[in-house]
Design a protein around this ligand. Structure first.
Ligand SMILES: [Zn+2]
Ligand SMILES: [Zn+2]
Length: 371
C-alpha cells in the first residue's frame, strides 16, 4: 500500500488534490469524531504520516524516486526516527489528540482555585500538635441561585457561540494547508453555557465571597514552612464547580532554649566551672518540662548528652527524635576579691602560672610614697 493509496489519491494527483483529500480523511478519522475507535485512530495516524511526506514537495519527489524518504519509514511511522509528528498534531489540532486529557468541551464547571494562608504557632505547639482558628477569605456557592448563576426563575442556556462545547475553532490558511486551532469560547469563558439573566446576588458567577473561620488540626512534629493541605476547603468554582484546596503554611515562633535538627532537638545548657570540675546535678529544660541531669566530674565544655526519644515527635506518629544537650562550661567573669584569692590558691596548688594581681590604687600610692 503506497502513501498515495493511504491518502486515496492517484500518484499523479496535484498538490491541491492531495491536500483536499488529506483534509477530508483527517476530519473523517480524527479521534474527536471517533472517540474510543482504535481503527479510526490508526487510520488517522497513517493519513497524517502520509501527508507529512506527500504534502511536502521535496519529500514527495524523494518518495516518488526511492519509495521512501530516507528518514521516513512507513512501517513504523511513529518510531523514534519519525519525530515531528507530535508537532504536526500540535499545529493542526492544538494538542496531541492521542495524549488523552486534550479534553474537548467542558467536563463540568471548573474547580475552584487553590488558596494559601499561613498560621503562626509556638515551638511548644509543634511538639504537642494543636488546633488553630484561622480565617480565610474564600468563595462559597451562591444560595440565591443554587450556584447556577441564573437569576431565580430564569434558565441557564447553551452558549450559542460554541454550541456548548466550550471552545471555538478557527481555520487559518497557511503553507501547511488549513490549520484548525481551538481556543476557549470567549462568550462563555469555556463553560459551554451562558446565563441570559445573571443572578443579582452573585452577578452570574454562582458563587459569592465569604470570610470563613476554620479550625485547623495541626499534627505534632510540624516544622517551620510545613504546609498542610486541606482538601476541598478552598473556594468553590464558578457555577457549581467543585472547591479547590486550602494550603496552610506554618510559621513557628522560635524558642530560645531549643533548636531543631530534623527530629532531633538541641539545647545548650550552662554549667559552672566548679560543677564541671567536681560533678553536679543540674536542672535542664526538655520538651517535656524541666529535668535533672547528672553532670559527671571532670566534664569538658562542649560535651553532649543524648537523651533518647526526648526530641521532636515524628510526623508519621512513629516515635520521637532525640534531645541533644550541649554542656557549656562557663568561666566566671565576675569574681570578687575572695573568689580571686581562692582561685589563686587553686592555681598555686596545681602549679599553674597566672598573671600577677594587678596593682591597685593603694599599692600604687604606697610605691609612690616610698620613692
Ligand atoms: Zn461558548
Ligand atoms: Zn447567585
Amino acid at each position: 500500500m503506497s502513501l498515495y493509496d493511504v491518502l486515496e489519491v492517484e500518484p499523479s494527483a496535484s498538490a491541491d488534490d492531495i491536500k483536499k483529500s488529506y483534509r477530508r480523511l483527517a476530519r473523517q478519522y480524527h479521534p474527536d469524531a471517533n472517540p474510543g475507535d482504535a481503527d479510526a485512530e490508526a487510520r488517522f495516524k497513517e493519513v497524517a504520516a502520509a501527508y507529512e511526506v506527500l504534502g511536502d514537495a521535496d519529500k514527495r519527489a524523494q518518495y516518488d524516486q526511492y519509495g521512501s524518504t530516507g528518514d521516513f519509514n512507513f512501517s513504523d511511522p511513529f518510531g523514534s526516527g519519525s519525530g515531528g509528528l507530535g508537532d504536526l498534531f500540535d499545529a493542526f489540532f492544538g494538542g496531541n489528540p492521542f495524549g488523552g486529557g486534550g479534553g474537548r468541551g467542558p467536563s463540568g464547571p471548573p474547580r475552584g482555585q487553590d488558596i494559601e494562608t499561613s498560621a503562626v504557632i509556638s515551638f511548644a505547639e509543634t511538639v504537642t500538635g494543636c488546633h488553630k482558628d484561622i480565617s480565610i477569605r474564600t468563595a462559597v456557592a451562591c444560595e440565591d441561585c443554587g450556584a447556577t448563576g441564573a437569576e431565580p426563575g430564569t434558565l441557564v442556556e447553551v452558549c450559542p457561540d460554541c454550541g456548548g462545547a466550550g471552545e471555538v475553532r478557527t481555520v487559518r490558511q497557511t503553507v501547511l494547508g488549513q490549520i484548525v486551532a481551538a481556543s476557549p469560547c470567549r462568550r462563555c469563558s469555556g463553560l459551554g453555557e451562558i446565563v441570559p439573566s445573571p443572578c443579582g446576588t452573585c452577578g452570574g458567577a454562582g458563587r459569592v465571597r465569604e470570610d470563613k473561620n476554620l479550625m485547623v488540626d495541626i499534627p505534632a512534629g510540624v516544622d517551620e514552612g510545613s504546609t498542610l493541605r486541606l482538601s476541598g476547603q478552598g473556594p468553590v468554582g464558578v457555577r457549581g464547580g467543585p472547591p479547590g484546596d486550602l494550603f496552610v503554611r506554618l510559621q513557628v515562633r522560635n524558642d530560645p532554649r531549643f533548636h531543631r535538627e530534623g527530629v532531633d532537638v538541641v539545647t545548650r545548657v550552662p554549667v559552672a566551672m566548679t560543677q564541671a570540675a567536681l560533678g553536679a546535678t543540674i536542672t535542664i529544660p526538655t520538651l517535656d518540662g524541666d529535668h535533672e541531669l547528672v553532670v559527671a566530674k571532670g566534664t569538658q565544655s562542649g560535651k553532649t548528652v543524648r537523651l533518647r526519644h526526648s526530641g521532636m515527635p515524628r510526623l508519621n506518629g512513629r516515635g520521637r527524635g532525640d534531645l541533644i544537650v550541649v554542656l557549656d562550661v562557663l568561666t566566671p567573669t565576675d569574681v570578687d576579691e575572695d573568689q580571686s584569692d581562692a582561685l589563686r590558691k587553686l592555681a598555686e596548688l596545681r602549679g599553674e602560672s597566672v598573671d600577677p594581681e594587678p596593682e591597685g590604687f593603694f599599692s600604687r600610692l604606697r610605691s609612690r610614697l616610698a620613692d
